[in-house]
Design a protein around this ligand. Structure first.
Ligand code: C5P
Length: 229
């Protein structure tokens, strides 16, 4: 059999939205389908990696040969990611809710004469930033995604600098693109050039999410495997 390029490598992928409970019957969520993360997990598995996929609630079948942990909230996702370490490569495609409700209702919130219930929000943990800042167990290659609806490259650059990851994939999710929930994606790969630590951006044409996954895995393979001499 042909040697698999990611044989022996442990790859961790987060995917999908998170669901932040308001009360036992309601939650805050977003339009992420999980398709891009699932495609990346499948492509890594096909390249021979041992893959753990940590997914929020999605309407997709678990990819064959991949260990899948299903979670709901951002805090559960962070715990599952930490439990899946160590890893050689971590790819964070999940659309994690930035906020959760400060005080989850123990019972279904009721309409009252007093008016609407106030929903106080608190910030969720940033999983990508948390993992990027680990000392001993930081995966050697940490990749983030930046979904933006405007000023794509500028916002992604700022996010890249802030999060501490090694690569950042910027994708345009503005309403006209159909990326959220759709089958295609237009991405830009942000990396740092080894010399001045300057951020380089490489743009790709619109591709299927499978092709984006294949491109990314190809880049990963050429980065982490020893080049044949
Ligand atoms: O939501 P944001 O645009 O900051 O997401 C950028 C990157 O950070 C994505 O890779 C996303 O998966 C990750 N992220 C995370 N935990 C959060 C927010 C974002 O891992 N709480």
């Amino acid at each position: 059999a042909r040697p698999q390029p990611l044989e022996g490598k442990r790859v961790l992928v987060t995917a999908g939205p998170t669901r932040e409970p308001i009360d036992p019957v309601r939650y805050i969520a977003n339009r992420s389908s999980g398709k891009q993360g699932f495609a990346i997990a499948a492509a890594a598995q096909a390249a021979g990696a041992e893959v753990t996929l940590i997914s929020g609630p999605v309407d997709l079948d678990d990819p064959a040969g991949v260990t899948v942990a299903h979670v709901e909230s951002a805090r559960e996702m962070l715990a599952a990611v930490e439990a899946a370490l160590p890893a050689d490569i971590a790819i964070f495609t999940a659309a994690v809710a930035d906020w959760r409700v400060a005080h989850e209702g123990a019972q279904k919130l009721k309409k009252t004469a007093a008016g609407m219930p106030p929903l106080q929000l608190v910030e969720n943990p940033d999983i990508l930033a948390t993992i990027s800042k680990l000392r001993d167990t930081r995966p050697p290659l940490v990749i983030g995604f930046a979904a933006e609806t405007e000023h794509l490259i500028d916002n992604a650059r700022a996010k890249f600098a802030r999060k501490g990851c090694d690569w950042m994939v910027a994708n345009d999710v503005s309403p006209g693109t159909g990326v959220m929930g759709g089958d295609r994606n237009t991405v830009h790969l942000l990396t740092r050039d080894g010399v001045g630590d300057e951020i380089k951006a490489e743009s790709f044409p619109v591709m299927t999410k499978e092709d984006v996954a294949a491109m990314l895995i190809e880049r990963i393979v050429s980065t982490v495997t020893d080049q044949p001499t």
